[in-house]
Design a binder for this molecule. Structure first.
Ligand SMILES: [Zn+2]
Length: 488
């Protein structure tokens, strides 16, 4: 695609079946559920209010955990002078192919190019060098919620766009051990938010050398499995050693009066996590949002016939009750047929629908419909006394959250394979069978051969469990276990 060709958001009348073509289904759902629109600039999307609502849910869950673990938010500039960027050689080499540059300001050509941040280790490192004097100033625990830009060729909503939203945490510590503990603490937070909030099961572990963040000593990540058998890296946490401290002069006077370089870390999760949510939980009727992530947990649809003011009044009263109970709830009073409203909220994945008609009011009940169940499935539809609706909704939301996670976990487990010989391993990698878990040698040459022949790469590694002796991919002695998969 040339840089000047702008794609318009396609008008989606109906979404295709998810099983037929995941990618086509995915994009159709993103537009039809009004999460995003394509922007009038190549490779960028507009996050629409409902999509931003999802992002805000993720943001608030992460932000609360960051603060509970002692981090504070701050803001650093978007632009990075080239002369600063080039100081950490590996870092600049890793990011150079995807950096966008500002070369002019007003009518003047700049004497030095300014990079639009692809990530902020550099500018933050420079500031930490200025702020840090003594061991008493440590640790520095800062996070920022920002946009970054990476000049990608192919783009897809949430998964890969030129500009995207994320958080990046940057910390500095007195010792290597403290930095290593920080990196694991944040990896644990990512794992718990992915699983307990977004309902997406993940494997957490260390990246192989070739998959490491440019400039890091160790990179850890969480990896989710998508329905097409491809892995999706959902967050990363890096031990940067003293590499950035040396490049950017982040030094402090230690307790014993010696001058030492700090040990730094960085960690990030982006709106990519929303891409995982959409793909893992969605179905042929659209999104299915786990309640803890849902901008709207329940929607009230009045079943109104001409002149039934009574129904609307009852629906408004119910709305007030549910809001009072602390639920994120909406009343759909649009001038549309109830059936159209049903499919609209199903497309948006709202976990529960509350139907309220004249007969229900007479009988003192409401009908609750679960989005996580198939139409007609047992337990999908419940008639509940009006006085109990708030309490029943709270319990049902918990059950829906657990049910969506259980389904996703079962998929991950049934698609985690442990081939015992080389040909089976290569075959499974090639056919995108899922997370292929093998004892691995850890050699870059072995990984390169697997990648060249199957397009699969290591996702994360972990220590051997004992008993394994040889690498299934090449027959050399095994040094660790690794999950291989093709990836997004
Ligand atoms: Zn090997």
């Amino acid at each position: 695609m040339s840089d000047d060709k702008i794609e318009k958001t396609p008008l989606v009348k109906e979404i295709p079946p998810k099983a037929r073509d995941l990618s086509e289904w995915y994009q159709a759902v993103c537009y039809k559920a009004e999460l995003v629109s394509l922007a009038p600039v190549r490779g960028c999307v507009v996050l629409r209010p409902y999509g931003f609502g999802l992002w805000e849910r993720l943001q608030s869950e992460l932000d609360r955990r960051f603060k509970e673990t002692g981090h504070e938010n701050a803001y650093f500039p978007l632009l990075i002078p080239e002369s600063l960027l080039v100081r950490e050689a590996e870092h600049v080499e890793g990011f150079a192919p995807e950096v966008a540059w500002v070369t002019e300001g007003g009518n003047e050509k700049l004497t030095e190019r300014l990079a639009i941040r692809p990530t902020s280790e550099v500018v933050i490192g420079v500031m930490y060098a200025e702020w840090l004097q003594s061991y008493r100033d440590l640790p520095i625990l800062i996070n920022q919620w920002v946009n970054v830009m990476r000049w990608e060729k192919r783009t897809r909503p949430f998964l890969r766009t030129l500009e995207f939203l994320w958080q990046e945490g940057h910390t500095a510590h007195a010792t290597e051990r403290e930095a290593a503990e920080e990196v694991q603490r944040m990896l644990d937070i990512y794992r718990s938010v992915a699983q307990d909030i977004v309902g997406v099961p993940v494997y957490a572990g260390e990246k192989s050398e070739s998959e490491r963040f440019p400039g890091a000593n160790h990179t850890f990540s969480i990896e989710a499995l998508m329905p097409d058998g491809r892995a999706l890296q959902a967050a990363t946490s890096h031990e940067l050693g003293q590499n950035f401290a040396k490049a950017y002069d982040i030094k402090f006077a230690a307790e014993d009066q010696t001058v030492q370089y700090a040990w730094t870390t960085s960690w990030g999760m982006s709106w990519r996590m929303l891409g995982a949510l959409i793909m893992v939980h969605g179905d042929d009727r659209g999104l299915r949002i786990p309640p803890k992530m849902a901008p709207v947990e329940a929607v009230i649809v009045p079943i109104v016939r001409a002149g039934s003011d009574e129904v609307v009044a009852a629906a408004r009263a119910l709305l007030a009750t549910l809001k009072g109970a602390g639920l994120r709830v909406k009343l759909d009073e649009r001038d549309l047929r109830p059936g159209n409203k049903f499919s609209d909220w199903e497309m948006r994945g709202v976990p529960l629908r509350v139907e309220l008609g004249a007969k229900d009011i007479e009988a003192g009940v409401a009908t609750l419909v679960r989005r996580d169940k198939e139409k007609g499935e047992e337990g999908g539809k419940l008639v509940v006394p009006l006085a109990e609706v708030a309490a029943r909704i709270a319990a049902l939301l918990e059950d829906i959250q657990a049910n969506l996670y259980r389904e996703a976990r079962a998929f991950l487990e049934s698609h985690t394979l442990r081939p015992s010989d080389r040909s089976e391993f290569f075959e499974r990698c090639r056919e995108r069978a899922g997370m292929i878990d093998i004892p691995w040698c850890g050699l870059e040459s072995c990984e390169a051969i697997v990648k060249a022949e199957t397009s699969a790469t290591t996702r994360v590694t972990r220590p051997l469990e004992g008993g394994e002796s040889t690498c299934v991919a090449c027959g050399e002695p095994a040094a660790m276990r690794a999950f291989f998969a093709q990836s997004y």
